[in-house]
Design a protein around this ligand. Structure first.
Ligand code: COA
Length: 163
């Protein structure tokens, strides 16, 4: 567990564990419906058992999630997993009251660092077309990030290896 100050508030960072489903369930209650829609690209109200199982299914190798905790529980999650050809899918979500304070960027940079150490070559992110924050975030992860518009979504390819 690492403690860090983000925008003047202390948060702890650690890897998610498979027995963290209560924390994940509580995190959903902190999220507005718009935030959930931007993260899952569909209107999830509360995670069902299948989704919860998927969200805590980390093996600390091919599937990883990094969480930030404040005094109310999880404040943000960045995760990667297999599922997009040679790239690993990546996604991030931050509690509404934390948005725009640098927490999403911090989580994604640290997750990218962990992934690089594990030999993962690239991330792939799917975002809504108007998601300016997420676009800034993925562009900031690599100077070689490319974003294309496809079937109503933005598809970002984020190389992690140095050329
Ligand atoms: C997208 C999300 C994770 C970003 O996290 P965040 O903590 O809010 O964002 P940060 O404060 O770290 O800022 C990220 C980038 O957006 C920029 N940004 C922040 N607020 C902004 C605003 N109001 N308008 C434009 N850009 C903004 C920041 O400058 C930063 O860019 P930089 O890295 O080039 O400096 C968060 O807003 C969120 O959870 N959104 C809903 C879920 C979602 O969209 N997930 C992405 C699906 S992959």
């Amino acid at each position: 567990m690492t403690t860090i100050v983000v925008g003047g508030t202390r948060v702890s960072l650690r890897l998610l564990q498979p027995d963290d489903s209560d924390l994940i369930r509580a995190f959903f209650r902190r999220l507005s419906s718009e935030t959930v829609y931007r993260r899952f690209l569909s209107p999830v109200t509360a995670p069902n058992d299948a989704l919860l199982k998927r969200l805590v299914d980390v093996d600390h190798c091919e599937r990883e999630a990094l969480i930030a905790l404040d005094d109310q529980g999880i404040a943000g999650v960045a995760r990667y997993g297999t599922g997009h050809g040679e790239s690993h899918d990546v996604a991030v979500v931050v509690a509404d009251e934390w948005q725009g304070r640098g927490l999403g960027r911090l989580l994604m940079r640290r997750l990218a660092h962990i992934a690089r150490l594990r030999g993962i070559g690239s991330f792939h992110a799917t975002m809504l077309g108007d998601n300016i924050r997420a676009q800034s975030l993925v562009r900031g992860l690599s100077a070689r990030t490319t974003i294309r518009f496809e079937a109503g979504y933005l598809e970002a390819e984020i190389p992690l290896r140095a050329r």
